[in-house]
Design a protein around this ligand. Structure first.
Ligand code: ADP
Length: 394
């Protein structure tokens, strides 16, 4: 059988690697072959792969656990054994931070490595792992073109006022700007929005990406005009382990008067706060919603309160709202969270539909509601694969 062209996508995070394998079909359409997740990196690493129809084709524990390097090796081993009739033509990577320069995906990530390495300080949870994945593939298949798809790139259309901090110009010159993240997810929603709500696609939309990391993006005509994350992925909404917006005076206090080192502060902000910090026991929204603990209820209430406040700020930046879209793990699956965020938004013209919300929509606002609310699944892997194919085929 003649080989068909294949594209691998890799999305390496702090404790998981998501990957997908696509075949390039006629007309350069992409056909999903497999989607996989290696999570629990550390002591409890598990690989799970499903085919295009969602049927699980592989599920196993990695005995003795796995660090990132071993986890990646397991993914590449799986790949070698499951390519079938596909000849890989490229690998595409989600790279969280592209800095000020990258407004589009970039080919030849080898040459960019130094530049992207510097940005690890701005995305310590993700960037080093994306770069490790790029290195590993280079070693295994030195000839395979690799494409970096940046989570920051989608936001580079924002007006200057949305990108600047109120700091002296010299800091902006040195790249201390609001970048924003989850751009590949927002791009995925921007590409699908017209199928659900053509008026919103041409108008004003806020997309809430609520996963372990969480942010919101204000789009006008499907382009980003503002977002809740800033210089790093710490700003904005409360998240699984990160606090979201916090008075910078708190950080000064902890450093200067509470004996905290910068490394301890980083640990507090990236790993010990958010849902985990407030509940005291879990960053997993499913566990918190199922719990009777008062601290879990407070964590959930704070999460929804902060989301409503950030939404209000983005609606002000947009000068109004046509649609609100929920996406990612919590946004797509957690009906009580969507209800708590939407139920107090009548003032905004959003008439929430609780029954439709329980069914996960896709429309969760009532017929005739001036502002529509939607649940739309994101597909970052497909966005990465499309960019990768476009870049390598010029
Ligand atoms: P990541 O940012 O790692 O890609 P996801 O988008 O997968 O994360 O989102 C993970 C979050 O989604 C977790 O808090 C998880 O509890 C939550 N989640 C997933 N499914 C459900 C569900 N059915 N109900 C409530 N929360 C859910």
């Amino acid at each position: 059988m003649a080989a068909r062209q294949g594209i691998l996508t890799l999305n390496a995070g702090s404790s998981s690697i998501k990957f997908a394998l696509y075949a390039v079909a006629a007309g350069r359409e992409l056909e999903l072959r497999y989607r996989g997740l290696l999570d629990g990196i550390g002591e409890d690493a598990r690989l799970r792969v499903s085919d295009a129809a969602g049927a699980v084709t592989e599920r196993r524990r990695l005995p003795g656990g796995a660090d990132h390097e071993r986890a990646l090796a397991a993914v590449l081993e799986w790949l070698q054994a499951n390519l079938g009739d596909l000849a890989l033509i490229a690998a595409g990577h989600r790279v969280v931070h592209g800095g000020p320069a990258h407004i589009a995906p970039a080919l030849g990530v080898g040459g960019l490595r130094g530049e992207l390495q510097v940005l690890c300080a701005l995305a310590p949870l993700h960037q080093p792992h994306s770069l490790a994945a790029i290195r590993a593939i280079r070693q295994l298949r030195p000839q395979l073109p690799q494409v970096a798809c940046f989570d920051t790139a989608f936001h580079r259309t924002q007006p200057l006022v949305a990108q600047r901090f109120a700091l002296p110009e010299a800091y902006a010159q040195r790249g201390v700007l609001r970048y924003g993240f989850h751009g590949l997810s927002y791009e995925s929603i921007a590409q699908r929005l017209a199928d659900y709500d053509p008026a919103a696609a041409a108008g004003r939309t806020v997309v809430a990406h609520l996963g372990n990391g969480a942010s919101m993006c204000a789009m006008r005509g499907r382009r980003s005009i503002a977002t809740t994350m800033g210089f790093t992925a710490l700003d904005g909404l409360m998240m699984g382990q990160r606090p979201g917006s916090i008075d910078p005076g708190v950080l000064l206090y902890l450093l200067q008067h509470d004996g905290m080192s910068p490394a301890q502060l980083e640990e507090l902000l990236y790993r010990r706060s958010g849902l985990l910090g407030v509940s005291g026991f879990s960053m997993d929204m499913r566990e918190l919603l199922a719990s009777d603990a008062e601290s879990a209820a407070l964590a959930v209430a704070l999460y929804c309160y902060r989301a409503r406040c950030e939404l209000g700020a983005l609606v002000a930046a947009l000068g109004g709202l046509d649609a609100l879209v929920f996406t990612a793990g919590i946004g797509e699956n957690a009906a009580p969270i969507r209800a708590a965020i939407c139920q107090e938004l009548e003032w905004l013209g959003l008439m929430f539909d609780p029954e439709a919300n329980e069914r996960h929509g896709p429309r969760i606002s009532r017929e005739g509601s001036r502002v529509r609310a939607w649940v739309i699944p994101t597909d970052e892997e497909l966005v990465i694969a499309r960019h990768t194919l476009n870049v390598v085929s010029g």
